[in-house]
Design a protein around this ligand. Structure first.
Ligand SMILES: [Zn+2]
Ligand SMILES: [Zn+2]
Ligand SMILES: [Zn+2]
Length: 368
């Protein structure tokens, strides 16, 4: 074999490995172009929203078959690009290519047989189905557990984190679910212990070019048939996840979860307001529910205390109290230059109702 030929086979192989990488762990660009196994086979897979469990049973099976075909596809395309290797007449090809073909065929046929075995009796043998079988009562089948998961997945108040095509964490009222390439981990909320294990920080996230922290959490089930698994999620999603979980999260290693910029600001905002002068409600005036969240009582009055006198600076607001501290803080943040958070604390905002300008010194807590 000539050196040139060796070189072109090597180049082809490297390109192919790159292509496989894109297919197995697709970057955001590939996902947004729709070039993923899920998208290409969407007709076979059905709807995830309507039938979550069957969708993932089929998705993991199709993914396994597609991935197992990659080496064989390499052999076929290499034979197409390099006809002189005579790969389509294997008995004339070099020994190493015969070996590649044998391994490729074994992997592909093996995977197809496994998927065929899983699919018998309407997917009774699939590992996800087996796992669900351990989650129901002794009398119920895995299909009733699947039905319960499907129903809860359709609710809009579930927690989800991660990209739809990759590893995703889903927490519903009763279930904690993690999807992976070939499997879906499921645990019942009442059975689990959660432990914060580690955190990792990256200076730049590819999504929004800011610092990002990821936390790793172990999920252990008291059900001995359920394998423990690890959840990895953006620290900014951590609070939402905790709200959805019924069990407490053990943080034995005292891992510090970073807050988002606006959370940090809201904390500083609340601290400043707590040292500002309070506002005494005049007799006969009553406070209503906050018109921002419709939940808390209004507890904020804008009353000019700073010594700004120049035009364009703070002016007195005469609105009656209509906002709670949290909503006023969020409003204040939303009026700031999002690119320059260092200016927020010293900045001003118009009153949400009358547009009178105020600063943080003019926000007073109401003394009831
Ligand atoms: Zn409010
Ligand atoms: Zn006002
Ligand atoms: Zn002011």
């Amino acid at each position: 074999m000539s050196l040139v030929q060796d070189y072109s086979v090597l180049c082809f192989t490297l390109c192919y490995i790159f292509f496989c990488g894109l297919l197995i762990t697709p970057p955001v660009e590939v996902i947004s172009a729709g070039l993923t196994v899920q998208n290409i086979f969407s007709n076979v897979l059905g709807s995830e929203t309507i039938n979550f469990v069957y969708y993932h049973i089929k998705r993991s099976s199709v993914t396994l078959v597609v991935h197992s075909f990659l080496l064989l596809f390499y052999y076929i395309t290499l034979g197409w690009f390099q006809p002189q290797l005579q790969l389509y007449v294997p008995w004339k090809a070099a020994l190493q290519y015969q070996l590649v073909l044998a391994i490729a065929l074994t992997i592909f046929i093996g995977a197809c047989s496994v998927v065929y075995y899983w699919s018998r009796n309407n997917w009774n043998n699939h590992p996800i189905a087996t796992q669900l079988g351990y989650l129901g009562d002794s009398s119920s089948s895995w299909r009733s557990v699947a039905a319960s998961i499907n129903i809860e997945f359709r609710r809009i108040d579930k927690f989800t984190s991660g990209i739809p095509t990759g590893r995703r964490i889903i927490v519903t009222d009763s279930w904690v679910i993690k999807t992976t390439t070939y499997y879906v981990h499921v645990a019942h909320q009442r059975d689990i212990h959660l432990t914060l294990k580690a955190s990792e920080e990256h200076n730049i996230s590819y999504e929004n070019m800011t610092r990002v922290q990821f936390v790793h959490m172990d999920v252990n089930s008291v059900n001995v048939h359920i394998k423990p698994f690890t959840i990895r999620l953006n620290a900014l999603d951590y609070r939402d996840l905790k709200d959805k979980l019924q069990a407490p999260v053990v943080n034995a290693r005292n891992i510090v979860i970073r807050q988002s910029l606006s959370e940090q600001f809201l904390q500083a905002f609340a601290e400043q307001i707590s040292i500002n002068p309070v506002f005494h409600l005049p007799d006969g005036m009553e406070v209503d529910t906050c018109i921002g969240c419709m939940q808390k009582q209004s507890d904020i009055k804008l009353h000019k205390h700073c010594d700004a006198i120049e035009a364009g600076e703070c002016v007195q607001c005469y609105c009656r109290p209509m906002w709670c501290l949290e909503c006023m803080g969020k409003w204040f943040v939303s009026r700031q230059d999002q690119q320059r958070p260092e200016t927020w604390l010293a900045s001003r905002s118009p009153c949400p109702t009358c547009r009178a300008t105020f600063c943080m010194l003019d926000v007073c807590k109401i003394q009831l």
